[in-house]
Design a protein around this ligand. Structure first.
Ligand code: THU
Length: 157
């Protein structure tokens, strides 16, 4: 039996098409990107998320000479949120990047490990949240659920 998966997402020419509260997150993610510690990849990533209590949390990638010891920007932000605000839910998560690792018009797409963590956040709070990926050319891709970024994930059905 052949089955098919369909994923809906939105694309906009510029992130200024987003709701004002999400535009605030984009700006915060760009600011956070400046704090990336990425001497090895030279690829700076910034993340910003908004919680249900209005708190905005940022993160940036933090690398290490022992490569696997580093952590991606979105995981830094999500784990900070989980550690400090365990009872609040994530409403929106924005990720931006600056570096030569990706062509300018290519969608900045989170790594598999981050998708798994994003999904755990969603399952934990039993509520979907927006994931906003701002590309280097300032176009934007919006997913409405972490499930859409990790179909057939481990631990589900
Ligand atoms: N990185 C992130 O921070 N988030 C992603 O979604 C993809 C990759 C970081 C990890 C590493 O520091 C650098 O970008 C290059 O892979």
């Amino acid at each position: 039996m052949e089955k098919e998966l369909r994923i809906k997402y939105q694309r906009f020419e510029h992130w200024n098409a987003l709701d004002e509260s999400d535009q605030v997150l984009v700006n915060k993610a760009f600011e956070a990107c400046k704090n990336a510690y990425a001497p090895y990849s030279k690829f700076n990533v910034g993340a910003a998320l908004r919680l249900s209590n209005g708190e905005e949390i940022t993160g940036s990638n933090q690398e290490n000479v022992a490569y696997p010891s580093g952590l991606c920007a979105e995981r830094v932000a999500l784990f900070y949120a989980g550690a400090n605000f365990p009872d609040e839910s994530v409403e929106s998560l924005c990720i931006v990047a600056k570096g030569e690792l990706l062509p300018l018009d290519k969608v900045l797409s989170p790594c598999g490990g981050c998708r798994q963590v994003m999904l755990e956040t969603e399952n934990r709070q039993s509520k979907a949240y927006r994931i906003i990926l701002v590309n280097q050319d300032e176009t934007v891709t919006v997913f409405n659920s972490a499930h859409d970024l990790l179909p057939l994930a481990f631990g589900i059905d």
